[in-house]
Design a protein around this ligand. Structure first.
Ligand SMILES: Nc1nc2c(ncn2[C@@H]2O[C@H](COP(=O)(O)OP(=O)(O)OP(=O)(O)O)[C@@H](O)[C@H]2O)c(=O)[nH]1
Length: 403
């Protein structure tokens, strides 16, 4: 009887997750070579963590089948039914156990959403229960116990719809078994006087009441689990969004002032530690007020976005352009001396000046470029770049001044 199924960490695909969580370090994959028993265990369970979990869950069903076999063996010993029937049941269970093990251990089951084959194992288990019920004779009530266990464990991994379908299958197949049993084994007496028929009726009634109740509990647990998963995924998404908002400028998508401050601090520390040069540029769009006045605030916003896109495409991947405020931008150029930095900014200026009319209103900028001098604070470097940018404005705008 299949009584154990996947829990949330069973390695089945998690629809709530965009990216699978990193797998924890694995004791079985530790570098030290495993001993004899450990090697056998590894051979049996597999090296892959997910496969090991699935095979481990399958393993829990084995004692339940063995227990069922023991009860049936007792019945066969006391000749309640033939050894042939018992042998056939054992053969079915052996084939099911071996087949499921092979499917899990080989990784073949991973192609299914229910990679632990939980639902399939429960169906096989229901068939085993019905079969045992049909052959075990007067003690047949005992055969029904594992049925309840299957549905408890199913709750940990199955969708409530699957649990509902399995409940329907379990009830229908038990009813069919009881009807068949009374036709074949009892000559279709259908009399309350008959103790066998009474027992079947009681069993059918008990299962018909208990199983749906139990399944309702399982379904509730399952829907709670799905809700929890959806909430966890929404929370992770919200966290990502908060992180993005905290470091990015909404309008242009560039790094925001806070993120630029942080990057400047990091670059300064790196420069002091390794002695790499770095330069910055303060870039201010020219006569931006006029653009706003002529094209409206939305038109001005579009110009800011166009500038950000054109500049980002022109710069090196290691350069970081951020929005410093309003129509002012700050460019961080790690590992770049003043002369090369100035060339980069002039390249951006040429690109911006050459933007086609279709990209929006024409725009230029004035920029001040400086290289970090050891011992300076970030505020001091930015102030020097600011001063150079104002020089460029005073000199007629649309130019880059290196200081
Ligand atoms: N559309 C839009 N305009 C902005 C934004 N932030 C600041 N501005 C405008 O940018 C303009 C900046 O004007 P000023 O500081 O006078 O500078 P300017 O017109 O660019 O002139 P110079 O810098 O001297 O060349 C102001 O009109 C601001 O309202 C924004 O996010 N969107």
């Amino acid at each position: 009887m299949s009584t154990y199924s996947a829990v949330m960490s069973d390695g089945t695909p998690d629809p709530g997750r965009d990216h699978p969580a990193p797998e924890p370090p694995d004791a079985m994959e530790a570098p030290s070579p495993p001993g004899g028993v450990a090697r056998l265990l590894q051979l049996f369970l597999g090296g892959d963590r997910r496969i090991r979990i699935r095979v481990g869950q399958w393993l829990v069903t084995v004692p339940v089948y063995l227990g069922g076999a023991a009860v049936l063996a007792m019945g066969a010993t006391y000749e309640a039914f033939s050894a042939g029937l018992f042998g056939a049941w054992c053969g079915y269970v052996a084939v099911v156990l071996a087949g499921v093990y092979a499917a899990l251990r080989s990784g073949w089951s991973a192609r299914f959403e229910d990679a632990s084959l939980t639902a399939a194992q429960i169906v096989f288990g229901i068939v085993a229960v019905d079969w045992a019920y049909a052959i075990v004779g007067p003690a047949r009530s005992v055969a029904l116990y594992p049925l309840l266990m299957a549905f408890i464990y199913g709750a940990f991994s199955l969708h409530w719809r699957t649990i509902a379908a399995l409940t329907g299958f379990a009830l229908a197949s038990l009813l069919a078994t009881i009807i068949g049993l009374n036709i074949v084994g009892n000559g279709a007496v259908w009399s309350f006087e008959d103790p066998g028929f009474r027992l079947d009726l009681i069993n059918a009634a008990m299962v018909a009441i208990l199983l749906p109740m139990l399944s309702l509990g399982s379904m509730r647990l399952s829907s709670l689990r799905l809700k929890l998963r959806a909430e966890r995924s929404a929370l992770a998404g919200a966290l990502l969004e908060v992180q993005r908002l905290a470091t990015h400028d909404e309008l242009t998508g560039l790094a925001n002032r806070r993120d630029m401050q942080h990057r400047l601090d990091v670059e300064l520390a790196r420069c002091e530690r390794f002695g790499h040069p770095f330069s910055i540029a303060v870039i201010d769009l020219d006569h931006f007020k006029r653009i706003n006045d002529a094209h409206g605030h939305a038109g001005g916003d579009e110009v800011l976005r166009t500038f950000a896109g054109a500049a980002s495409r022109t710069l090196r991947a290691t350069d970081v352009l951020g929005r410093w405020g309003g129509e002012e931008f700050l460019l961080l150029m790690p590992g770049t001396g003043a002369a090369a930095a100035r060339c980069s900014v002039e390249r951006v200026l040429s690109k911006v000046l050459a933007l086609p009319e279709s990209e929006g209103p024409a725009v230029s900028f004035s920029a001040g470029v400086v290289e970090y001098r050891p011992g300076e604070t970030i505020d001091q470097v930015v102030a020097r770049a600011d001063e150079a940018m104002y020089q460029a404005k005073r000199a007629g705008r649309g130019q880059v001044i290196q200081s």
